[in-house]
Design a protein around this ligand. Structure first.
Ligand code: HEM
Length: 160
């Protein structure tokens, strides 16, 4: 990752980072919004993942549930990016040297790929065509990867 060091040094020196660090309220407000978006994002994903495991809102057809939760999933992810960026730039060197930041980013990459490819296709397909195993495999993998993102994110603050 050493090729990215100059980029992280540049992020730390931007005026966004300086502003974020020099005002009392910017950081806590953005952190709270980030956490509310985490709750919304994980919640919207969780109802569908639990449904894929055959539990929870079983009376709602899977494609209908996936369609209803998708705007929350997408909207919350946009908010996570917007509120994550100033937190990242203002603590750029801390993040660069935290193994858990890289853990979070790698887990997020895998989780996003799963979410926009296989999981998306599967949740749009009529359940009678899915068979017993694929929904469970995808549901468990999705739960595991997003849990890894959240655990990694929390550990940045705890262990660095
Ligand atoms: C581009 C997207 C994202 C960026 C750039 C980003 C960046 C950050 C940064 C820099 C922190 C502060 C870490 C610290 O120094 O303690 C943070 C905290 C956190 N993020 Fe994100 N994040 C993003 C997306 C996500 C996603 C998708 C999730 C979960 C689904 C998430 C969950 C969390 C959690 C749980 C915390 C810890 C808050 C705390 O312990 O107080 N983030 N994020």
């Amino acid at each position: 990752m050493s090729a990215l060091l100059p980029f992280f040094q540049w992020m730390g020196a931007t005026s966004l980072s300086q502003y974020f660090l020099s005002t009392t309220w910017a950081a806590p407000i953005v952190q709270v919004i980030h956490l509310v978006a985490v709750a919304l994002f994980i919640g919207a994903g969780l109802v569908v993942d639990i449904r894929l495991l055959g539990k929870g809102l079983t009376e709602t057809p899977l494609p209908q549930l996936a369609r209803a939760t998708e705007p929350f999933l997408v909207g919350a992810f946009v908010v996570l990016m917007v509120t994550g960026i100033p937190q990242l730039t203002s603590t750029a060197m801390k993040q660069y040297y935290s193994p858990f930041f890289w853990w979070k980013m790698e887990a997020m990459l895998f989780a996003l790929i799963l979410t926009v490819t296989i999981r998306r296709k599967l949740t749009r397909t009529d359940e009678s065509q899915l068979g017993p195993y694929w929904p469970k495999i995808v549901g468990i993998t999705s739960l595991g990867l997003w849990s890894a993102v959240v655990i990694g994110a929390r550990l940045i603050g705890v262990l660095s």
